[in-house]
Design a protein around this ligand. Structure first.
Ligand SMILES: NC(=O)N[C@@H](CC(=O)O)C(=O)O
Ligand SMILES: [Zn+2]
Length: 437
C-alpha cells in the first residue's frame, strides 16, 4: 500500500490526457507527490538508489479515475462492503477518487456521519473518498438536510440515491438550498408510483417472463420535471445512471438551451439489455433496469458526443443473502469498480467510444461536476495516475475481485484491459505490475 520511493519513473507509456491534449509515448517522472517530468526522454539521467522504475510494455497511462457514484455500505451493511474493501476495490479499479452515496444505515444525512467517513477513509489511505450527503432526512423525501453542515464536513454533493425526490415542492427547495452552497444535486430519476412492484424494464421481455416492469417513462417524467425546476432555480442538477432514450433526448435539448444539467451512465447500461433477464438472473436486477437495444444505442451515442458527461460505476455490492433468491426478492444493484476499465476499453476497441471521450468521462468530467481537484498528466501536477495494460486478458472471477460482494453478471467472462498501477498523491495504492496479468 504505502511506498517510500522518492522517485518513480514510468518508462515509455502511452500517456492519454485529453484535458491537456496529450496522447503520446512518453516517460513520466514522479518525485514525492508531484509529476516533475513528462516527455519522450524525460527519464534520461534519472538514476540513483531511490529511483524505482516501472516498465509495462504497451501500457497506457491515464489521469487518476474518478467515480461519482459508488455504494460502500458503511455504516451499517459492512457484510456487503466496508470502507477498507470498497477502497481496495476502487484502487484495483484504477480510481484515485470515489464519491460515496448516502444510502447507508443510518443514512448519511448529518455532519457526524460525513465526518466519520472522511476521517476513517483518510486513516485507511489509498483511494480518496468523497462523501455525498442526503438531500432529505433519512432519504424520506420530505425534510431537507442541513446542507451547509454536510458541505462543511466534506460532502461534495447531495443525493437521495436509491430513492427519488418525487415531491415537486421538496425538489424545488432542495435545488434552491443546494445551489446556495454550490453543491450539485444528484437525482435518482424514478417516479416510484410508476414502478411499484417492478422487477425489470417494462417491455416485451417482462411480458414474456411474467414480471412487473419499470417503464421508461418513470425515468423520463422525473428528468423532464427536474430540468424545468433546475432551469427555474439555476441550480447544478446531475442525473444519476441515465438509462432511457427519452431521458437522453430531454437532456440533449436542455443542454442545447444552456441549462446547468449533467448526467452519468453506467458501464452495464452501455453493455447489457433486458434480454439478460431471460434466465431470471438476479445479478442482472439493477435500478434503473437494463433497457432495450435502442436505449443502449442512444446512451452510447450520447456518451460519445458528450451529451452524457461521465461514466460512473454505481458500484452496488450485495451479498448472497440479497441475491441468491427469487428475482422478486432480490435487491437491485451490481458491483462495478473493478470492471469499469476493461468493460469500457471493450467499447473503445469496438470503435463505439473514442478513447479520449472514455478518459474524459472518467476524469475531467466527473471532477468538474463534483468540484474535485482535477487529475491530470502534466509537469507540476499532483501525481494521481492510473496505469493500464490494455492488452492483458483476464477472466472475471470472485477470487480476483477485492470487493466483498461478487454480484455481477460478468463473472466468468474474459475481458481485455487491466489496471496495473494506481497512484494517489505520489503513493502507489495498487500494484499489479509484478504479478501475472
Ligand atoms: N443501483 C441499484 O440498483 N442499487 C443501488 C441504489 C441506486 O443506485 O439506485 C444500491 O444501493 O444498491
Ligand atoms: Zn440510483
Amino acid at each position: 500500500m504505502s511506498n517510500s520511493r522518492d522517485v518513480l519513473v514510468l518508462r515509455r507509456v502511452r500517456a492519454v490526457d485529453p484535458s491537456n491534449s496529450l496522447d503520446a509515448i512518453v516517460d513520466v517522472v514522479i518525485e514525492g507527490k508531484t509529476i516533475t517530468r513528462v516527455g519522450p526522454r524525460a527519464a534520461e539521467g534519472v538514476e540513483g538508489e531511490r529511483v524505482t522504475e516501472i516498465s509495462v510494455p504497451g501500457a497506457m497511462l491515464l489521469p487518476g479515475l474518478i467515480d461519482l457514484h459508488a455504494h460502500l455500505r458503511e455504516p451499517g451493511q459492512e457484510y456487503k462492503e466496508d470502507l477498507v474493501s470498497g477502497l481496495a476495490a476502487a484502487a484495483a479499479g484504477g480510481f484515485t477518487d470515489i464519491c460515496a452515496m448516502p444510502n447507508t444505515r443510518p443514512v448519511n444525512d448529518t455532519r457526524a456521519i460525513t465526518e466519520m467517513l472522511v476521517h476513517k477513509s483518510r486513516a485507511i489511505g489509498g483511494t480518496r473518498l468523497h462523501p455525498i450527503g442526503a438531500i432529505t432526512l433519512g432519504q424520506k423525501g420530505d425534510t431537507l438536510t442541513e446542507m451547509a453542515d454536510l458541505k462543511d464536513a466534506g460532502a461534495v454533493a447531495v443525493s437521495d440515491d436509491g430513492h427519488c425526490v418525487t415531491r415537486s415542492d421538496v425538489m424545488r427547495r432542495a435545488l434552491e438550498y443546494s445551489s446556495t452552497f454550490d453543491l450539485p444535486l444528484i437525482q435518482h430519476c424514478e417516479d416510484h408510483a410508476l414502478t411499484a412492484g417492478a422487477q425489470m424494464h417494462e417491455g416485451a421481455v417482462s411480458t414474456k417472463l411474467g414480471l412487473r416492469g419499470w417503464p421508461r417513462v418513470a425515468e423520463d417524467v422525473i428528468v423532464a420535471r427536474d430540468i424545468i425546476l433546475a432551469e427555474y432555480t439555476r441550480a447544478k442538477y446531475h442525473i444519476a445512471h441515465v438509462s432511457t432514450m427519452g431521458a437522453v433526448r430531454i437532456l440533449r435539448e436542455a443542454k442545447s438551451r444552456g441549462i446547468n444539467v449533467t448526467a452519468e451512465v453506467t458501464p452495464h447500461h452501455l453493455l447489457l439489455t433486458d434480454a439478460a433477464l431471460i434466465g431470471y438472473d438476479t445479478a442482472c436486477k439493477v435500478n434503473p433496469p437494463l433497457r432495450e437495444d435502442e436505449d443502449l444505442l442512444a446512451l452510447r451515442d450520447a456518451l460519445a458526443d458528450g451529451t452524457i458527461d461521465c461514466i460512473a460505476t454505481d458500484h452496488a455490492p450485495h451479498s448472497p443473502l440479497e441475491k441468491d433468491c427469487e428475482l422478486s426478492e432480490a435487491s437491485p444493484g451490481m458491483i462495478g469498480l473493478e470492471l469499469c476499465i476493461p468493460l469500457m476499453l471493450g467499447l473503445v476497441n469496438k470503435g463505439v467510444l473514442p478513447l479520449a471521450r472514455m478518459v474524459d468521462a472518467l476524469t475531467r468530467a466527473p471532477s468538474k461536476i463534483a468540484g474535485l481537484p482535477r487529475t491530470e498528466i502534466k509537469e507540476g501536477a499532483e501525481a494521481n495516475l492510473t496505469l493500464v495494460d490494455p492488452a492483458a486478458s483476464w477472466t472475471v472471477s470472485a477470487d480476483r475481485l477485492r470487493t466483498k460482494s461478487k454480484n455481477t453478471p460478468f463473472l466468468g467472462q474474459t475481458v481485455t484491459g487491466k489496471v496495473v498501477l494506481t497512484i494517489v498523491s505520489g503513493t502507489v495504492v495498487f500494484d499489479a505490475t509484478t504479478k501475472p496479468a
